[in-house]
Design a protein around this ligand. Structure first.
Ligand code: SDX
Length: 430
């Protein structure tokens, strides 16, 4: 006997099916609510609304659990790397040796960008934000690969494997180029023999006359940061990708929309905001206690950035992993970053403070990631770009899941609160 939920409206009972997920999550299927009752549900910000069924990622916010296709993030962090996990997130299974070799080959082969794309960088003002550049350049990939961006769902799906590896590979090249452009440095071309993260660091930091000196600890840390960002259920940017894809738009356009959504300080922009916050605390010679006191005021402009989460009401498992990596990377690089000391002090104060405890506010993925990226030499305004590179497998996986499913175009309802009907008044009578 399948479970149902009863809603009583004006003493009239209505029954709706209950959907049960793999981990026993429950949802009331209200697809017929309006037809049957004339009512719609209201849930500002969708905090209690499942917009879809998905087999990609599972989060238990109460337990602090995160799994990609059933594999715990802690296991992937220890045993896997970004490209292998990207394959898992996109295709649903860990790759065999030959599948991984082919995936890697396609990514290596697609690292360079079309010569025509270089001219975009001549036109952007030097002080352009890398996220503005990235969203524009990701969408423009559709101009260079029109056969993969036809907006004909069948045709775009036929080319998905190529489009996915083009996107995964070139997002890294475009990011490095936006950094080089901003600092007036010559572009460094990718080296096909280098693995994903090393190639990125090469394109970012090599000079025409001297290659970047690789450090396996840095490479591993960057792999880990990207892996930990690969997917995260229906967050703001991934839901945006699905929304855009639901209208039939191609992968490049959908991913570009995801980049724009990620940019906000409440979402992917938080990793930049964390460093600005820590630097301000350091500059104010505050040990963190004054800032925490201000953060408890409820003033949104004084929030403890990198703390709190719409889903995790426990420690973000990604923050736990990065907290440990932070110390390893800084020790290996011999970097003594006062911002790490301030971050650890803030965490110590906040996690023992009733205000944060009562609201179940804990460090999230953004709290420590920036300190590692800073130690690697990645500038703060590139932090959200790094988040976008890491999240690309998730956006591709959700585009693919929606494109191969039967979802209709996404079209939420609303409750109108504007003016009742009124007559038009000519301008000389207003
Ligand atoms: C990411 O969704 C995802 O999965 C996102 C992400 C991903 O991988 O895609 O995990 C990545 O976006 C992580 C979150 C990064 N953002 C930040 O670190 C920005 C700082 N955090 C806050 O803005 C906030 O915590 C949110 C936006 C993350 C979550 O906000 P909620 O759950 O909607 O909480 P809320 O705004 O309803 O606040 C609840 C209470 C309020 O106090 P009261 O009105 O009840 O007294 O908690 C307070 C808030 O004032 N609060 C904070 C706080 N966050 C919430 N107070 C101080 N500092 C904070 N950071």
């Amino acid at each position: 006997m399948s479970e149902t939920a009863k809603i009583i409206i004006a003493d009239q009972p209505y029954e709706f099916p209950v959907i049960t997920g793999t981990e026993n999550e429950k949802a009331i299927d209200t697809a017929r609510l309006r037809d049957l009752t004339g009512y719609v549900t209201y849930d500002d910000g969708y905090g209690n609304t499942a917009s879809c069924e998905s087999a990609i990622t599972f989060i238990d916010g109460e337990q602090g659990t995160l799994r990609y296709r059933g594999y715990d993030i802690q296991d992937l962090a220890v045993h896997s790397n970004f490209i292998e996990s990207a394959y898992l997130v996109v295709y649903g299974e860990l790759p065999t040796i030959s599948q991984l070799q082919n995936f890697r080959h396609l990514i290596l082969r697609n690292a360079a960008i079309h010569q025509g794309m270089f001219s975009f960088f001549e036109a952007f003002p030097n002080n352009s934000h890398p996220m503005a550049i990235l969203s524009a350049m990701v969408n423009s990939l559709g101009c260079y690969y029109p056969e993969m961006a036809s907006n004909n769902r069948e045709q775009d799906l036929e080319h998905l494997d190529s489009a996915a590896t083009i996107l995964l590979s070139k997002v890294r090249t475009l990011a490095a180029m936006s950094y080089r452009m901003k600092y007036g440095l010559p572009f460094i071309h990718p080296k096909p023999e280098l693995p994903y993260c090393s190639n990125f660091l090469h394109m970012m930091f090599s000079e025409p006359y001297a290659d970047y000196k690789f450090n396996p600890v840095v490479d591993r840390a960057l792999n880990l940061i990207l892996l930990l960002h690969a997917d995260h259920e229906q967050n703001c940017s991934t839901s945006t990708v699905r929304m855009v894809a639901s209208g039939g738009a191609n992968l490049f356009a959908s991913a570009s929309a995801g980049v724009c959504a990620l940019w906000g300080p409440a979402h992917g922009g938080a990793n930049m905001a964390v460093i600005h916050m820590l630097a301000q605390i350091h500059q104010d010679s505050d040990d963190g206690s004054r800032f925490v006191a201000a953060a408890k005021s409820g003033d949104k402009s004084k929030r403890l950035m990198g703390f709190g989460h719409r889903v995790y009401k426990n420690y973000d498992p990604r923050a736990k992993i990065l907290r440990k990596t932070c110390a390893d990377v800084l020790n290996t690089l011999g970097v003594n970053d006062p911002l790490l000391d301030i971050a650890l002090k803030l965490e110590e104060i906040a996690t023992h403070d009733e205000y944060f405890h009562a609201r179940r506010l804990y460090p999230n993925v953004d709290f420590y990631s920036g300190i590692i990226m800073r130690a690697i030499g990645i500038p703060v305004d590139m932090f959200t770009v790094m988040f976008a590179i890491g999240r690309m497998p998730g956006w591709i996986a959700h585009w693919r899941e929606l494109a191969t499913g039967n979802s209709p175009i996404h079209r939420p309802r609303q409750i109108y609160t504007g003016s009742p009907r009124r007559e038009f008044t000519p301008i000389d009578q207003r």
